[in-house]
Ligand binder design. Structure first.
Ligand code: ATP
Ligand code: MG
Length: 589
């Protein structure tokens, strides 16, 4: 299922190509060296290997940009491979969303979309080969017993009582496992390695388990399924991947991958681990994201508050902004947490270059220009993007009745308030100077309307007599405006690390109850009657907004605020730099 329209036409990439940072991080340095020494006959072949058990998130974007980016930079290839070894958690919906997301991010696997399930027959043959070599055995311990026998970090494990079965018996039992003769959990196939290994992953890991479940691609062909560790390294080998890039937690699995490939005498890709992306105010595990979806804390995987690619897209983030963010974060060996403000900064930075400017009023206040005739309409020229002259201009209609934003008027203005107030003159953006002459209130004393005059001599925003005004405010013509609903989003969690919970607590205890604010009756300029899906606009002085791909209708547009204008990143960056500066008195050693 894809819920977004394909026409994403905001551009403004600051890098030369998608995610192709030309600088050399430690992985690109290894690749460069391998190319020099001819290690893989000059080939560079990477892969992005998602499990289709959820939607991709911004952390996956980092892995996508790295794998496809390295391939692109070094004239290599990158496969998309679904690691679909768990039939109970996987669905075609996820496969489709993942393909859609990778494409949207600007990457292309060409004709190389593979599924680990395509290798099931071959994997089975490799398992048989291990049995024949005396390197794998069928074990009758239950999953709990296997856990008990495994030992822990300080104690070695104990050998399974079935460890020394004959090759013949193992072959027969494994075949019967395949034929469906046993119940789930009754038997497993295990690699015969070393129950005393300091690396727990080497203590006779399970490589096949029985699961009487229908697989989303192979149907009921199989009732035994290979484990991830066995499948992953062999899939990489089958696809002749040169550099198998994965996150740090797989470092401890590497000896096991090497063991499988060595025992089976298979081609060895080089695995290189990098730090996963963590973001403040965000949870990134698919399990947690799935929980939010299942419990309807959010409106689906693509809820604009979700850190999923689909959510960010629906929110109005651009592929270029996400790629630039990944470039900025870079690739390191050390786990750390990135400020979500940096992601927001990347979005603003990109949208500032490419977002068309428009005017939208979120909290409308009616304003009548008394010296303007009833039927007067002046089509004013407005600049579409001051950062991009090629974007041209558009017409915005000016007429007798306008809307301005409530917050741009103050009856009793404090000293630094330069916007509209009784008796004060301000400039209407792209328009005229207006002066507030009267304030209309309801019985409760709320301001319901402003009465103003305009100076016809100030068309275009300056006065021939040279008089200045301090404030410029945005506005729309009431007669021409389009009614819209606007959704303002705040962070989904109200603490920097939502996974840091008290005993008995859950990450959901930190959900921000005010993460969504729906504004009805907003008034947006006429041109937005033809707003396009997939384009993020700047509502001047308010932030960036895009049509909601699910809820918006032609007769009632719904806009999501992508991000507000104020950027907190510069301040955070400065503080971080100060923290890292040597303190006075620190003497260099
Ligand atoms: P999660 O831990 O979020 O549930 P996962 O690691 O199980 O996700 P996979 O589908 O296995 O999800 O991930 C596909 C690829 O994306 C893997 O190579 C994985 O290392 C990488 N990846 C997943 N999360 C991140 C992250 N936060 N930062 C960078 N890469 C990631
Ligand atoms: Mg995984």
């Amino acid at each position: 299922m894809t819920t977004n329209t394909p026409s994403d036409t905001n551009v403004g990439d600051s890098t030369s190509g998608a995610g192709t940072s030309q600088s050399l991080d430690f992985i690109r340095t290894v690749v460069t060296d391998d190319l020099k020494t001819g290690k893989y006959e000059g080939r560079v072949h990477t892969r992005f290997p998602p499990e289709p058990n959820g939607y991709l998130h911004i952390g996956h974007a980092k892995a996508i940009c790295l794998n496809f980016g390295v391939a692109r930079q070094f004239d290599g290839l990158c496969n998309l491979r679904f690691d679909d070894t768990n039939p109970t958690k996987e669905e075609m919906e996820y496969v489709e969303s993942i393909k859609d997301n990778v494409r949207w991010l600007g990457f292309d696997w060409e004709d190389r979309c593979y599924f680990a399930s395509d290798y099931f027959e071959q994997l089975y043959a490799y398992a048989v080969q291990l049995i024949e070599k005396g390197k794998a055995y069928v074990c009758d311990l239950s999953p709990d017993e296997i856990g008990e026998y495994r030992g822990n970090l300080t104690e070695p494990g104990r050998d399974s009582p079935h460890r020394n079965r004959s090759v013949e018996e193992n072959l027969e039992l494994f075949e019967r496992m395949r034929n469906g003769d046993f119940q789930e959990g009754e038997r497993t196939l295990r690699a015969k390695i070393d129950m005393a290994s300091p690396n727990i992953h080497m203590r006779d890991p399970v490589i096949y388990r029985i699961q009487h479940a229908t697989h989303h691609r192979t149907g009921d062909t199989w009732c035994i399924y290979p484990m991830y560790d066995f499948t992953h390294c062999i899939s990489d080998s089958i696809e002749r991947i040169t550099h198998s890039l994965c996150t740090l937690e797989f470092e401890v699995h590497r000896p096991l991958y090497d063991w499988f490939l060595d025992e089976l005498e298979l081609y060895h890709p080089q695995q290189i681990e990098f730090a996963r992306l963590n973001l403040t105010y965000t949870v990134m595990s698919k399990r947690m994201l799935a929980e939010l979806v299942r419990e309807k804390v959010v409106d689906g995987w693509d809820d604009p508050r979700m850190p999923t690619i689909s959510g960010l897209r629906r929110r109005g983030y651009t592929p270029a902004a996400i790629r630039n963010f990944c470039d900025r974060v870079g690739i390191t060996k050390y786990n750390s947490t990135t400020e979500v403000a940096l992601l927001e900064h990347s979005v603003r930075d990109n949208l500032n270059k490419c977002a068309p400017r428009v005017m939208g009023i979120l909290h409308p206040l009616r304003l009548v220009i008394e010296n303007c005739p009833e039927d007067f309409v002046d089509e004013l020229d407005a600049v579409n993007n001051p950062e991009d002259p090629s974007a041209g201009t558009r017409k915005v209609p000016f007429s007798r009745v306008l809307y301005i934003d409530e917050k741009d008027f103050n009856e009793d203005p404090p000293r630094k308030f330069h916007r509209l107030a009784p008796g004060r003159e301000v400039r209407l953006r792209y328009g005229y100077f207006i002066t507030c002459t009267d304030v209309v209130k309801d019985d409760d004393g709320n301001v319901t309307e402003l009465r103003c005059t305009y100076d016809p001599e100030t068309r275009g925003g300056s006065a021939p007599d040279g008089r200045k005004v301090k404030g410029t405010i945005h506005w729309v013509s009431a007669e021409h405006a389009v009614d819209a609903q606007v959704r303002l989003y705040d962070r989904l969690f109200n603490v920097p690390d939502p996974t840091d919970v008290d005993e008995g607590g859950t990450f959901k205890d930190h959900i921000n109850p005010d993460s969504l604010d729906i504004l009805e009756g907003c008034k947006v300029e006429r041109s937005l009657g033809e707003a396009k899906h997939g384009i993020t606009y700047q509502f001047e002085r308010e932030g960036y907004f895009c049509l909601d791909s699910k809820e918006s209708r032609p007769d009632r547009p719904v806009f999501n605020r992508t991000v507000a204008l104020r950027d907190s990143w510069a301040k955070i960056e400065k503080t971080q730099q100060q923290q890292h500066k040597p303190k006075r008195g620190d003497s260099p050693k």
